[in-house]
Design a protein around this ligand. Structure first.
Ligand SMILES: Cc1cc2nc3c(=O)[nH]c(=O)nc-3n(C[C@H](O)[C@H](O)[C@H](O)COP(=O)(O)O)c2cc1C
Length: 271
């Protein structure tokens, strides 16, 4: 199947942050249409204080905090990496310049098939707000990225992106697809201690709790080229997203809960 320029053997994509750098052995990544790497930032990041994962009744909370090896180490890693399937590199940064740096350096590597811009990176200078929330900031990052690469570009948005219809209209013809959405800001409290579960207090909610919200957005904006991300943990939920109009599906928490999920998706989902 083809999104626009990207041809995938199936519409199932392993989500950023849940499949390492495209190299984890626990999930049969070779069966996926594509894999997205952990988000890469210019400098290495250690991430947030533990605990960084907490289960809630209908979803997973995480506050990994974009822990990653950083651009230089990732470039060296990729030089000898044998990818399991189509490889999409997730790019993060706190400013258009940081996105530019990562894409400029990685663009020459043929092993990379596409880039996904992660606009949900917390901007530390702006008090932890996500970097790409409004039309102007998103557009500045997209313009900078487009100037650095001819590879297909995907734009992964936060569910609280302002001006979403304007962003979709403005950039549809320049981008491979929009990924709706990243995780939803959330927290939980441990009744035994009275304290937040996560070391960073607040994190991102993923898993089945969010799928109806994401489904609503996919259906609403189905005239655009959309990849669904959020709560695809079973063949039936995957099927609903394709019926709603998604061109492809990103699967994160579903793979963490059941690393064999892809076998079921391939067997049971019609696409
Ligand atoms: C442990 C964990 C780490 C994640 N790390 C990233 C990341 O580095 N970059 C990114 O764009 N999204 C990241 N995400 C978000 C997922 O890629 C996905 O968009 C989100 O979890 C919703 O999909 P799901 O319900 O299928 O997990 C992460 C999610 C989890 C659970």
């Amino acid at each position: 199947m083809t999104i626009k320029r990207l041809t995938l053997k199936n519409p199932f994509i392993a989500s950023s942050g849940t499949a390492g750098y495209g190299d984890i052995a626990e999930i049969p990544l070779d069966l996926f249409g594509a894999v997205v790497t952990k988000t890469i930032t210019p400098l290495p990041r250690e991430g947030n204080p533990p605990p960084r994962l907490a289960e809630t009744p209908a979803g997973l909370l995480n506050s990994i905090g974009l822990q990653n090896m950083g651009l230089e180490a990732f470039y060296n890693f990729l030089k000898t990496f044998v990818k399991p399937t189509t490889l999409i590199v997730s790019v993060g940064g706190e400013s258009p310049q940081e996105f530019e740096t990562v894409i400029r350096v990685l663009n020459e590597l043929d092993t990379i098939d596409a880039f996904e811009l992660n606009l949900s990176c917390p901007n530390l200078k702006a008090g932890g707000e996500v970097v790409g929330k409004d039309f102007d900031t998103v557009s500045a990052i997209v313009e900078t990225a487009l100037a650095q690469t001819n590879k297909p570009l995907m734009l992964k948005l936060s569910p609280f992106t302002e001006d979403l219809p304007d962003i979709l209209n403005r950039w549809e013809s320049h981008l491979e697809a929009f990924v709706l959405f990243n995780t939803f800001p959330a927290m939980d409290i441990d009744l035994r201690t009275g304290e937040p579960d996560l070391g960073a207090v607040s994190g991102g909610l993923s898993g089945p709790a969010i799928y109806p919200i994401v489904l609503n957005a996919i259906y609403k904006y189905r005239q655009h080229t959309l990849i669904a991300s959020g709560g695809i943990v079973s063949p039936s939920i995957a099927q609903k997203f394709l019926l709603a109009g998604a061109k492809a599906l990103e699967i994160g928490t579903g793979n963490l809960w059941n690393p064999q999920l892809i076998y079921q998706l391939i067997r049971e989902v019609e696409w």
